[in-house]
Design a protein around this ligand. Structure first.
Ligand SMILES: C[S@@+](CC[C@H](N)C(=O)[O-])C[C@H]1O[C@@H](n2cnc3c(N)ncnc32)[C@H](O)[C@@H]1O
Length: 474
């Protein structure tokens, strides 16, 4: 069964599948979005509509690509100009219409926005390649299909064949299959750059582009190899996190869950590479990405360690003597970022989430342990920013309520910039406290997005789902 994007009278009004969730997860999320406090604030009908809109917008990509410009290396205007030239070259070398409109964000000084055109009326072909769901989502955000992402291809596929690309959204297709009748979504057409045998009958590690997208359903430029040191692809709320943390030159900052290092590099860039940014992550092969990104962006102030953030604080003087890395004594840092591991339910586009309710609900205890370590490592007078890319209360507003109760010396702080919505009622926080929180809620502006409002107006709201809280330790 394939699902094709089809169109009503308004070509910008897609009939595209809503995100598919396990029924227990859907019911749980519904109870979050129809909680008593929210119902009292907005009424049943509005709360229900918001929930339905959330399910719809999660399966669609945001209508812009966000680029964080390395303003520690060059001025924004220069980066914008060079990016335009690079993308024009891309336009000349392919038949695709690449938009060269590049707009600075109206209130974030290091952000450039590029419109995404879609969904476009692309005709599905006879011959089809099936890719994994992550690869399918990347294609919807402008990427080509990398060979490791291909799960199935036609039996006699040769380099040069024109093929349709489908995303195996439930992960059911067998690797190496020649066809797949399961739940798949059409994401566009492209040209195969490899024969089938080169993809499925090789012992070498697979790399490189397997299908070059020529007619993607959502058109946005491919950033593969485009000014890698100057233009860093990052979701807008993630860039907001760096500014909200507000690091200053010469400070010592801890990014306790850092990989792959997008926010670490932003923090070091905002500090003009002066001071020290310590990046920790528990997973060894992920931490290598932080090193690579720091090197690519020419940032020397970043120190990277593979370490469990929960154990990053110690008062044991013997242990501390052994190394200048973790564990650290309490009150070692001027600012701490806890960009927490989370259920990731705000990520877009995401057509299917196969997690159980138990998995979705498993993050709260770990986040609290990390939070405890983060608070302990922060100096008095220091700033702690907590963020997630999920939409549940349990990992966001409930964590804030818990933190304020558990650590009475923490106070919520206003955020700059504050371009998202305020916190969601449901965790017993006061209206004043909710106003200090920043929740990116794409469902609140979904109609505006579909009506194709001008890019700068919709860019701040048509984002992934995201949450930011800023605390001061007194
Ligand atoms: C949301 S991601 C961080 C993204 C990152 N801040 C960025 O902007 O590129 C969460 C990270 O936490 C890491 N993590 C999970 N448990 C951890 C722990 N106990 N200590 C340190 N890192 C952990 C995961 O490996 C994952 O890379």
């Amino acid at each position: 069964m394939s699902i094709i994007c089809c169109f009503q009278d308004n070509p910008k009004m897609p009939v595209f599948p809503i995100i598919s969730l396990k029924s227990e997860v859907r019911e749980y999320l519904k109870s979050v979005f129809l909680n008593k406090e929210l119902l009292a604030a907005v009424g049943h009908q509005e709360a229900e509509q918001r929930f339905e809109r959330l399910l719809a917008c999660l399966s669609h990509p945001p209508s812009h690509t966000c680029v964080r410009a390395s303003t520690h290396l060059a001025p924004l205007d220069e980066i914008r100009q060079r990016l335009r030239e690079e993308l024009k070259k891309q336009l000349c070398s392919s038949s695709a219409e690449v938009p060269v409109e590049i707009v600075p964000h109206p209130c974030i000084p290091d952000v450039l926005l590029l419109p995404v055109d879609g969904p476009r009326p692309v005709q599905q072909l006879q011959s089809g390649v099936v890719v994994g769901a992550l690869c399918g989502s990347a294609v919807l955000r402008g990427a080509h299909v990398y060979a490791p992402g291909i799960v199935a291809s036609p039996k006699f596929m040769k380099a040069g064949d024109v093929v349709s690309v489908f995303s195996d959204i439930d992960g059911r297709c067998t690797r190496g299959a020649t066809s797949f009748q399961g739940h798949k979504v059409f994401v566009g057409n492209g040209v195969a750059e490899m024969d089938r045998a080169a993809i499925f009958c090789t012992k070498e590690p697979l790399k490189g582009v397997g299908v070059r997208m020529t007619e993607p359903l959502y058109q946005s430029p491919s950033f593969d190899g485009v000014l890698p040191n100057l233009a860093f692809l990052q979701n807008l709320p993630s860039v907001v996190v760096g500014h909200v943390l507000g690091p200053c030159l010469g400070e010592r900052v801890l990014d306790i869950c850092a990989a792959p290092g997008g926010k670490t590099c932003h923090i070091a860039s905002l500090m003009k590479d002066q001071g020290e940014v310590v990046a920790l992550d528990k997973i060894r092969n992920k931490i290598e990405r932080v090193r690579q990104n720091a090197q690519m962006l020419q940032l020397q102030s970043i120190k990277v360690f593979c370490f469990d953030g929960v154990k990053a604080v110690s008062s044991d003087t013997e242990k501390l003597k052994e190394t200048d890395g973790p564990p650290f004594p309490p009150e070692s840092f001027d600012r701490v970022l806890l960009d927490a591991p989370c259920s990731g339910l705000g990520q877009r586009p995401n057509m299917a989430n196969t997690w159980s309710l138990k998995e979705i609900c498993s993050y709260q205890p770990l986040q609290r342990k990390l939070f405890q370590a983060a608070v302990s490592l922060l100096k008095k007078g220091g700033v702690l920013v907590y963020s997630t890319c999920t939409v549940t209360l349990a990992e966001n507003e409930e964590q804030v309520a818990w933190a304020l109760k558990t650590f009475p010396y923490l106070t919520l702080q206003p955020q700059e910039p504050h371009i998202g919505a305020e916190g969601m009622p449901g965790a017993g926080l006061s209206p004043e406290q909710l106003r200090l929180l920043q929740r990116f809620s794409p469902e609140l502006s979904w109609e505006q997005t579909q009506a194709n409002t001008p890019l700068p107006d919709r860019a701040s709201t048509d984002t992934i789902g995201f949450f930011i809280a800023k605390f001061l330790k007194t």
